[in-house]
Design a binder for this molecule. Sequence first.
Ligand SMILES: [Zn+2]
Length: 315
Amino acid sequence: MTIANVPYTRGPHQLTGSCHAWLVPDGTWGWSNAGLITGDGQSLLVDTLFDLAMTREMLAGLAPVTDAHPITTLVNTHANGDHWFGNELVAGAEIIASAPTAAEMATNGPDLLLRLLKQDGAVGRFANHIFEPFDFAGITAAPATRTFERELTLDVGGTEVRVFNLGPAHTGGDSVVYVPSARTLYAGDLLFIGGTPIVWAGPVSNWVRACQFMLDLDAEIIVPGHGPVTDAAGVRGVKDYLEFVAHEAAERHARGMSAEDAMRDISLGRFADLDEHGRLAQNILAVYYELDPGLERVDTLEVFRRIADLEGWSE
Ligand SMILES: [Zn+2]
């Protein structure tokens, strides 16, 4: 199996004897991937999707596999809704997340999204453009039932599954799921392929370290949280972007430039073609927070205003 054999189409894809991916193009805001790992008579699901309809569609699409290998374990890679709002549909499974992710789930329900959708002006138009395809009504939060701090090894019907919390980076806790026997890695949102990574939590330097950790696993097949199936080249691409932004932002911070001016001043060069280039607004803030921990935090609504601005939604 080579990466070229995994088409980026919506639905189930068998990667190896035990590893499957559920891919959801186009990988932009909310269009996230999930994974399924099978063992003898059971399986482990990596993440649910952004709403109940999408998660139902996925569970039905995976039924040819899960009928013989019922899902007994669910691992949520992190607390963004596009990776866990469908949890309630995986009834009876043990739900595992890192402790920081479990804590963030408690405050990361659909409320913020509903608030964004109600905003006036450019932010509201932008938020409606990206989140309108999803239905956040009627979601009942099903949080983690088991937590871990850094590392966990699971036996899924004889298939060894290793979970590593490499955060904080994208969020407060960012778990990756690795199947050594299949050399397959599910990276969650530590990898955006074709889109721009967004550093909600940081520090950026820890995300760079997480990229190196993933490279050191020497996986053959890597399923990102967003975008097509990839390999080490995809990890290197994300690491390059983060190092580029860290360098450009630090240079402007040293000159006393504000984060908002820096976002307009930085030319993305070879990264300009990535989707959601406006996420640069938050990524610069993450670099500034790392350099100056006392810097006042910019709230999420304002971050979305800046992203919308960079992506041309003002006026
Ligand atoms: Zn995501």
